[in-house]
Design a protein around this ligand. Structure first.
Ligand code: FE2
Length: 376
């Protein structure tokens, strides 16, 4: 198989970009304890709690908190009763991403455009009203039990959505996390192309890059990945599938514990990764560490950069470069008990890639963790 990092760079015609997605509106996690999950994103990742929904606001089904850091918005929700669909989701998957919400001009049109192209509907146009206006959504299924909710907030002036009330700011120490860069989905062996086609045909995305098992393999395991991007380039969804290796791929470990395909990691952009990672480490966030040997050859491989290589090594940050520039990135350990979802922190200096040059070192340290869990 040939390796070709960049597949296409032409801008998309308006016709091909029939969905006109503006951005990722929010990511909604279903968790076991929303109050404690809120505290984690607040105190560990420096997200500011902005809205709450629950018994006190008339929501008798689940407790929910909205948190923001820059343009990144996370929602964490937990059920009050075992009969809630959130409870069955949590029992099966543990904490995880249920919804990747996409902001659109018209939720009804988005639903029609996608379901007529083959998407499975979760709900057609839903209008929720309160004193602040009308909040319009519709939703379709993507991989596993994950949903894309189409959000139209153009006639809604409230904080987040109906039943949500603002939270008084009790002080948040930001870690400088500015926006979601990409969200990666893990799918089963042999299913990557099916989901790549789904994003192309049903949502009008185009393929930005692909990585085959030669790019992403260690002595033990491998994976393949294709990166899909929407019309305005603001939404990037890489899709991973496991590839045959001597031992268990990290993607298989994910699937064993999440039990269905699902979101594997969310990459969040920062304007100053040294500052952000220092802050996150102080807050107790645990990161993967590559062997020190990685840093011996790094300056030769990358050349001169603005940051100090000593600081980079101290914080365990990875660096990669392509024709357009370089990028710095680092990955957390899983953020819940099951070895499923994790977070990437990334800073881009021109480079539009995903850190291909780091895959090998990174996956070797990931496998070390996998081995400690008895799952390699
Ligand atoms: Fe990533």
């Amino acid at each position: 198989m040939s390796t070709k990092e960049k597949d296409e760079s032409r801008p998309m015609t308006e016709e091909a970009d029939f969905l006109q997605i503006k951005s990722i509106n929010h990511v909604h996690f279903y968790v076991g304890n929303a109050k404690q999950a809120m505290y984690y994103w607040w105190k560990a990742f420096g997200f500011k709690p902005v809205a709450y929904s629950g018994l006190e606001t008339g929501n008798r089904e689940f407790a929910s908190y909205v948190l923001e850091s820059g343009n990144a918005r996370f929602v964490v929700s937990a059920p009050y009763s075992p009969s809630s669909p959130l409870a069955s989701h949590h029992m099966l998957h543990g904490d995880g991403v249920k919804v990747i919400a996409l902001e659109v001009e018209d939720a009804e049109k988005a639903w029609q455009a996608t379901t007529s192209r083959g998407a499975k509907s979760a709900w057609s146009l839903r209008e929720e009203r309160d004193d602040f206006g009308i909040y319009r959504t519709s939703a379709i299924y993507t991989y596993g039990e994950t949903l894309h909710v189409f959000v139209d907030r153009s006639n809604y002036k409230g904080v987040f959505a109906p039943t949500y009330r603002p939270i008084k700011d009790n002080g948040t120490q930001s870690a400088g996390l500015a926006a979601i860069d990409h969200i990666v989905g893990n799918v089963q062996l042999g299913k990557m192309n099916q989901w790549v086609n789904f994003y192309h045909q049903v949502l009008g995305f185009r393929q930005l890059m692909h990585f085959d098992d030669k790019d992403i393999s260690t002595e033990y395991s491998a994976l393949m990945s294709k990166v899909m991007q929407n019309g305005n380039g603001r939404v990037k969804f890489p899709i991973n599938e496991p590839a045959e290796g001597k031992r268990k791929s990290q993607i298989e470990e994910y699937l064993d514990y999440y039990l269905t395909p699902g979101a594997q990691h969310i990459a969040i952009i920062t304007g100053d990764i040294l500052d952000s990672v220092e802050q996150l480490r102080m807050n107790g966030v645990e990161f993967l560490r590559v062997p020190n040997a990685y840093y011996e050859t790094l300056p030769d491989r990358i050349g001169s950069i603005k940051e100090d290589y000593k600081d980079i090594q101290e914080l365990g940050i990875l660096v990669d470069k392509d024709d357009e520039g370089y990028l710095l990135q680092i990955f957390t350990k899983p953020i819940q008990d099951r070895p499923t979802m994790f977070i990437e922190i990334i800073q881009r200096h021109g480079a539009q890639g995903f850190g291909k040059g780091n895959f090998k070192a990174l996956f070797e340290s990931l496998e070390l963790e996998q081995e400690r869990r008895g799952n390699l």
